[in-house]
Design a protein around this ligand. Sequence first.
Ligand SMILES: Cc1cc2nc3c(=O)[nH]c(=O)nc-3n(C[C@H](O)[C@H](O)[C@H](O)COP(=O)(O)O)c2cc1C
Ligand code: SF4
Length: 515
Amino acid sequence: MTARIYVPADAAAVALGADDVAAAIGRHAAGHAVEIIRTGSRGLFWLEPMIEVATPAGRIAYGPVAPEDVAGLVAAGLLHGGDHPLRLGAPEAIPFLARQTRLTFGRCGVVDPASAADYRAHGGGVGLERALELGPEGIVEAVVQSGLRGRGGAGFPTGIKWRTVAAAQAPQKYIVCNADEGDSGTYADRMIMEGDPFVLIEGMVIAGIAVGASRGYVYLRSEYPHAAVAFGRALEAARRDGLLGTRIGGSAHDFDIELRMGAGAYVCGEETALLDSIEGKRGQVRAKPPLPAHHGLFGRPTVINNVISLASVPFILAEGPETYRDFGMGRSRGTMPIQLAGNVRFGGLFETGFGMTLGELVDEIGGGTASGRPVRAVQVGGPLGAYFPRALFDTPFDYEAFAAAGGLIGHGGVVVFDDTVDLRAQARFAMEFCAIESCGKCTPCRIGSTRGVEVIDRMGAGDGPAQETLLRDLCETMKFGSLCALGGFAPYPVLSALDHFPEDFGLKSPLAVAE
Ligand SMILES: Cc1cc2nc3c(=O)[nH]c(=O)nc-3n(C[C@H](O)[C@H](O)[C@H](O)COP(=O)(O)O)c2cc1C
Ligand code: SF4
């Protein structure tokens, strides 16, 4: 019988040597009947390259595997799940995976991302079948009922957005998938596009049927070449399979998708700058209204959603909106793929229902810092997210709870810092990042960010108390005067650093800040 060995081709696993491991398996198992299947990653990055072998009792994982381990592994009976110091057992039983609720990432790291047949063999396509039964209004209603909110950062209800586009009258409408994934410490979009691209394609097809759009665009960041290859291959396979094309599933609906690469600007992740970029212009933020839902790509009604928002839809349709809505807390329904990064022991993707506290995520799931030093601060939500001190670790992962604590969950990136971090330097970085990435359209962001760097530098030169009021005033102006969230949210990391770590700015105590 042919042994099946699964080796991730995910960019993170490849960076850690997965291609060399696959080649070594090919060499050392040359005399045996072996099929090597390249998958996505399960998202347990400290164990990558993590390989799996199919056995009658299910898959057995080994990791982290180096090419020089392969000869010993094969000798120890790798092809039958044999014992070895790198043997991890059933992947689903590894605590980091066992504690997750994988609704959107259920197939990631499991299936062959180049094979539409494998996708269907693992439950893919059922959401689309259900969507065709429900029809446009029924789909929109199901997405509204699921409580799904945009996973790109703003948390806007996805079903409401779709309803607006569905109601718009136009000869052509578009579905645009935002795969720019510019936030620091985030990689969930990339993992889906490399590990389970058909789920995104299916989500976009369902969105197209729901609102009456026959054409979709995926806007992918240029730093993701592996994702571009994996997704391009999946698009071709989807056309052969009938998931894309004319009369989808025997219905009257046509849909196809084009992949577009960005040129590398953070602001092009902002939805209107992204539309300009697809249209071939310089990516600059558009004033709203009109909303993209009314006047979007090429002036037509357009749904713009993040990769994870769209990839969550097939599950919602297949299993029913109630099943999805049952996970989560408050107005944050369903699951969130939380991405643990930075100085963390167990870095990786952790999909769970909303509600787990930041402390549980960082200390229990993430295992604290990789350096072994105490955790001092955690930045959540990308470069424009707030820094949380340990005192706020009881904050549940929930849109409203994070907003109440002066932060945002953004795209679910959690970047951990140990006690060697200088929060003044981090605040300066936030202002500098904003200055570099500003599209230049509005003054508070274009000028304010540069002034912010200067003020923070003066605080670093010993002028903390005198400059504090100025920095707070500046943040106020940027927060309320900026046209988009780049300038509007840059104050979050700055003010949270100032409020929770005043000593790094040469300020005496938190009490001095409160006055
Ligand atoms: C400066 C800036 C950068 C952004 N970058 C991204 C991004 O990389 N990916 C993303 O999905 N949304 C990003 N957004 C949010 C988008 O503007 C928009 O809210 C999102 O694509 C809508 O999709 P959703 O409702 O599914 O989240 C960014 C917003 C701003 C202001
Ligand atoms: S806040 Fe910054 S990025 Fe946004 S529109 Fe204004 S200048 Fe452009």
